[in-house]
Design a protein around this ligand. Sequence first.
Ligand SMILES: C[S@@+](CC[C@H](N)C(=O)[O-])C[C@H]1O[C@@H](n2cnc3c(N)ncnc32)[C@H](O)[C@@H]1O
Length: 419
Amino acid sequence: MAASTTINLQPPVTNSGNVLRMLDACSKGDIETVRHLITVENPLYASLQDETTGQSPLMVAAAQGHLPLVQLLLEAGAPWNAVDRNGQCAGNYATDHEKWQVINFLVEWGTRAELILGAAQREQQTVGLPFHSSSTSSTTTSSTIPEAHQPSTKPDYLRQPLRYNNDSSALLDADNDAVMMEWERPLMKAHAQILMEQVSPADTATYKKRVLNVGFGMGIIDTALQELGPSLHIIIEAHPDVYKHMLQQKWDQKPNVRICFGRWQDVMPALIQQGVVVDAIFFDTYGEHFMDMEDFHQIMVKMLSKPHGIYSFFNGLAPDNLFFHGVACQCVKLQLAQLGLEAEFLPCQIQVDEKAWDGVRRKYWHGRDTYYLPRVTWNPQAVHGTLVAEQQEGKNKHSPTKQDLEVVAMEVDAKRPRV
Ligand SMILES: C[S@@+](CC[C@H](N)C(=O)[O-])C[C@H]1O[C@@H](n2cnc3c(N)ncnc32)[C@H](O)[C@@H]1O
């Protein structure tokens, strides 16, 4: 289940003759009239939306593929992520009309806007101000957003009772929201295979990977990982009901499994302290925010072996709109790049039967048949730099302690070439 993102929906704001003049000028690609309207008459015209259709000047300009007009409107304050009555944003309009230049420009703009917004929210949080995602900004309240599109962040999740439903097809929380569902099984299997594939040139037959999974849920990915025979299989799980279920299912007795009951936020620093390093990491929690995922990345890199470690996560970012999903993936890609990692997104076909949602309050996957599976590896250049720096730092700092040597031994082990 996805971390919720800051990309969100804004309902149409107003209607007047002015919006019709703007829409008309945009549909004709008449940049001079648009410039006049927003510079001489009112800059707010750039952000208007038709009350009936929800169309904005930016959407119309994007559908026309008129890049200078798109730029002008965005610079005048048109929100890149406003949606029409069908939930479509300017990026969707450009995509429908295959206007590639505009699509690329909007992705770049949206990514920058989201990263800046994210940084501002983090700043707010640091200084102790209440934090609001854009879904609860002044233009809209969560009650005006359809339930299906509301952010899935649930700060009280760990205090809610959970239940596995009768046919074991879902794990549900107290609101009947799905924490995990059976339809994800093929995706989880694909994730497990990507995580456990051997990536370096020798020693495949003997080397068994060490893997960390964060979030047990229905144990689907852990079952798939077990089948691939890891030499160490750490599972971090925070919910008491899920932990109880794991013990009932005797997960504590499975080969090489080590269960860490607690939040990853608390468990991972302790594992790092113990010098634990793994070759593969998977992240799939519930009820957390996109910012938690960013925090996870900062800490996860300390446990991921170099240079062949692989990381992946359940990619349910902004799942109800392909364009927002693309922007969210791009944000993650840039954030991971800052940590020395390279992310690629592998398309996988998936079909979800509508009946799967029976008894589930809110769909968290919206009929798309392509899932973009993230495969994240170290950037070879970044790794080379860090390895050299770490070696130098180690040499100059102190002679190694016993614990250091154990950590180094694990690192050396991880660096053994494998196919
Ligand atoms: C979507 S499910 C994971 C599903 C799993 N990938 C599978 O294949 O069944 C999310 C799990 O993350 C757990 N979780 C949520 N927040 C967590 C946290 N901060 N630390 C550790 N586990 C967490 C939930 O209790 C839940 O069991």
